[in-house]
Design a protein around this ligand. Structure first.
Ligand SMILES: [Ca+2]
Ligand SMILES: [Ca+2]
Length: 249
C-alpha cells in the first residue's frame, strides 16, 4: 500500500514536471552524486607489468593529502548504466538538454551514458566524431565538465568542492525549459542546492554522513528552478538498483 502511494506521488510529481517544462516557466535539474569509485591504476614500467595509481601530494588547507585519479568501480559503471536506463524508463530522455560533470573523471563517467542516451553526443556531420555542444577537454561527448579544461589533480584543482560555485553559475545561466543532469560530489551537492534556495536540513530527503556530506550513492534529487533561479525540491528518490553481487554457494 505504502509503495503504491509513493509511486502515485512520484507519478504526479513527474506529470507536473512535464507540464511545467512545456510551459517553459521553469528548468528542471536532476542531481546525482558520482557513482561508486576506486583509485585508477595505470600500467607502468618497461614491461608494462606494474600497475600504479596516479597520485600526487598537495596541501589542503595546511594538511598534506594525496590527489589520485579516481574512476568508477565496476559497480559504479553498472550504476551509471542503470541511471541512464532510469531516465529512459521514465520517458525523461527527450527533456534532457544539458548534462554537467566536474573535472573529476568519476563524475564524467557517471553521466556519460545519460548524455549518450539523450543524444547529446550526436555525430551531426557524419565524420565519426561526436558534435555535442559541450566545450571542454573532452569536447563533443555531450557532458559539459566544469571546470572545463583541467585534469582532475592539476595544481590548484585537487579539491572539486572548491569549484561548485562555477556549477551554480552555469545552472543559473541556462534557459528556462532546460532539463539538466548534474553529477557532483558528496561535499558539493548540498551547497549547490542550498545556493538555489533549497532547505537541505531534512535527513531523510538529504541523507548525510557525520561530516554533513551526501551519504550513499543512490540518491537522485529532482529540483525545479523558476525564472528567478529559486529552486524547489520536487522529489528525492533512492535508486536502489539490484546491484548486489551474489556468489553461488
Ligand atoms: Ca562529427
Ligand atoms: Ca565534454
Amino acid at each position: 500500500m505504502k509503495k503504491t502511494l509513493s509511486v502515485t506521488v512520484f507519478a504526479c510529481a513527474m506529470a507536473l514536471l512535464t507540464e511545467t517544462a512545456v510551459g517553459q516557466t521553469t528548468k528542471t535539474i536532476y542531481f546525482v552524486r558520482h557513482a561508486e569509485d576506486q583509485t585508477a591504476l595505470f600500467q607502468q614500467g618497461n614491461n608494462g607489468k606494474a600497475f600504479l595509481p596516479d597520485c600526487k601530494p598537495f596541501m589542503n588547507e595546511g594538511v598534506r593529502e594525496d590527489c589520485c585519479t579516481e574512476v568508477v568501480s565496476p559497480l559504479g559503471a553498472k550504476r551509471a548504466e542503470l541511471l541512464a536506463k532510469w531516465f529512459k524508463d521514465k520517458g525523461l530522455l527527450p527533456s534532457i538538454t544539458h548534462v554537467l560533470a566536474t573535472h573529476k573523471v568519476r563524475t564524467l563517467q557517471t553521466v556519460l551514458p545519460i548524455a549518450h542516451a539523450a543524444g547529446l553526443d550526436r555525430d551531426l556531420n557524419g565524420d565519426g566524431i561526436p558534435d555535442g555542444a559541450d566545450v571542454d577537454k573532452n569536447p563533443g561527448d555531450g557532458v559539459q565538465q566544469i571546470p572545463a579544461f583541467v585534469a582532475e589533480c592539476e595544481d590548484g584543482y585537487e579539491v572539486a568542492h572548491n569549484f561548485y560555485p562555477l556549477i551554480v553559475d552555469q545552472l543559473q545561466s541556462l534557459p528556462l525549459g532546460s532539463g539538466i543532469v548534474v553529477a557532483g560530489h558528496s561535499a558539493s551537492l548540498y551547497p549547490i542546492m542550498q545556493t538555489l534556495g533549497i532547505d537541505t536540513s531534512s535527513s531523510s530527503r538529504f541523507p548525510k554522513n557525520a561530516a554533513g556530506r551526501v551519504s550513499g550513492y543512490n540518491s537522485l534529487w529532482v529540483v525545479s528552478v523558476d525564472a528567478n533561479n529559486r529552486g524547489t525540491l520536487v522529489t528525492h528518490v533512492r535508486l536502489d538498483f539490484a546491484l548486489a553481487e551474489r556468489v553461488t554457494p
